[in-house]
Design a protein around this ligand. Sequence first.
Ligand SMILES: Nc1ncnc2c1ncn2[C@@H]1O[C@H](COP(=O)(O)OP(=O)(O)OP(=O)(O)O)[C@@H](O)[C@H]1O
Ligand SMILES: [Mg+2]
Length: 407
Amino acid sequence: MKTVLFVSPGYPSEMPHFVRGLGEVGARVLGVGDGPERGLPERVQGSLAGYLRVPSLWDEAGVVEAVREWPAAARGVDRVECLWEPGMLLAARLREALGAPGLSVERTIPFRDKERMKRALDAAGIRTPRHLAARGQAAIWEAAERIGFPLIVKPIAGAGSADTHRVEDREELASAAAAVRHLEEVSVEEFVDGEEYTFDTVSIGGVPAYYNVAWYRPRPLVARTNEWISPQVVALRHPDQRALAGGVRMGYAVLEALGFESGFTHMEWYLKSDGEVVFGEIGGRPPGAHQVDQMNYACDIDVFRGWAAAVVAGRFEEPVRRRFNVVNVYKRAEGEGRIARIDGLDEFRRRHGGAIVWDNLLPVGAARRNWKQTLVSDGFLVLRHPDLATALAMADEFGSEVRLYAA
Ligand SMILES: Nc1ncnc2c1ncn2[C@@H]1O[C@H](COP(=O)(O)OP(=O)(O)OP(=O)(O)O)[C@@H](O)[C@H]1O
Ligand SMILES: [Mg+2]
C-alpha cells in the first residue's frame, strides 16, 4: 500500500474530493494542515489514516521538522501531494526531506514565479508575451518604455487577476505603477489581444494522460473588472479540433520544458485573431472555481479519482468519452447585503431544466460574497449540451435573464 502525505486536506474546497479519490484507489493518506482535525470535512476525516496539525504551514522548516518526527510518517512516504498553489514549495521541500519522488524545489519555482517560468519557456523557444521584471517605480517606467503600449502590469506570483492592470498610455501607467507600489517586484508584459483558453492536464511522467480545454468568456481580466458580467468557463467537448491544436501542442511543450512529473496542471494560453498562440501561465495544480467538477460533467467520469490513480499507480483509468460542452456561469447579485430575490430562474428552469446539472446559486437570505475575491461570486449554474452553440446560447440567456438582487 502506498502512503501519500497530503498537504492541506481541508482547504481549498475541492481538496476533500482529491483526498477521497486517494482513499478510493487504495492509498494510505496522511494529512498535514494548520487547522484542527475536527474542523475537517467528514469526508476527509474518513479518508485519512492520520492527521498532523502544525502551528503554521508557512513555517516550512518547522513543518518539515514536525513531519520527520511524526510516527505515522516514520514507515516512509511514497508521495507528497499538494494541489493548493501556495503550498507547492512546502510540498517540494517535504519531498526532498523525505526522499519522495516528484517535483523538487528547483523544479517547483517556475510554477510559483512568473518571471522564472517565462524565462524557462523562452529558453525552450515557447512564445510568451514580451516581458520584463521590474522592482520599483523607475524600473516599471523603464520596462514600459521597452515593451511599449498597450501593456500589462502584474505581480510575479499573482492569483485571481489581483493587482493585474491593463495599461494603454502614460497616464494609465502612472496610476498602475502607483497601485502596485506595495509589491516588491512586478512583471511588465506586452498586452496580448485574443481569446483565452485553458489546457488542463492530469499528467504521468510529464505526459498528459487526460486533458481538458476550457474557454473563458469573456477574458478573466475583463470578467474581473466588470461586476455586471456573469463570467463563463466553457469546457469544450472537442479539445482536439484544429483551431485549438496550437495551444494543445504548446501545452505539451511547456510540460516538457519545465520537467513536470506527475499530477494536475492548469495552463492558460491566448489565441490571437491571426492564429498565433501565446502562452499565459501554468499552475502545478487543478483550476479552481469547480472546474474539475466541470470536467467530470463533460464525460461523466471522476477526475478526482483519476488524478489519485495517476499519482499513486501511474495510470489514468477513467473512461474519457467527451459527450458534452459544459458551461459554468458565475453570478453576481445586484445591490449589497443579503440575497433578497432571484428573478427569472423558474422560467429558465422551465425552458432548460434538462441542461442544468448543478444549481449552486446562493439562496435567498444568504450574504453576498465578495466578487473581487472569489470567482464563484454569488453562486453558479452548471449547464451542459452536446452542441456548443446551444450550450453558449443557454449560458448567455442565464446571464442576462436570471438576476439576483441583494438588499
Ligand atoms: N500579457 C497579457 N496580455 C493580455 N492579457 C493578460 C496578460 N497578462 C495577463 N492578462 C490578463 O489578466 C488575467 C490574469 O493574469 P494571469 O493569469 O497572469 O494572473 P493570475 O492572477 O494568476 O490569474 P488567475 O489566478 O486568475 O488565473 C489573464 O487571464 C488575462 O485575462
Ligand atoms: Mg491566470
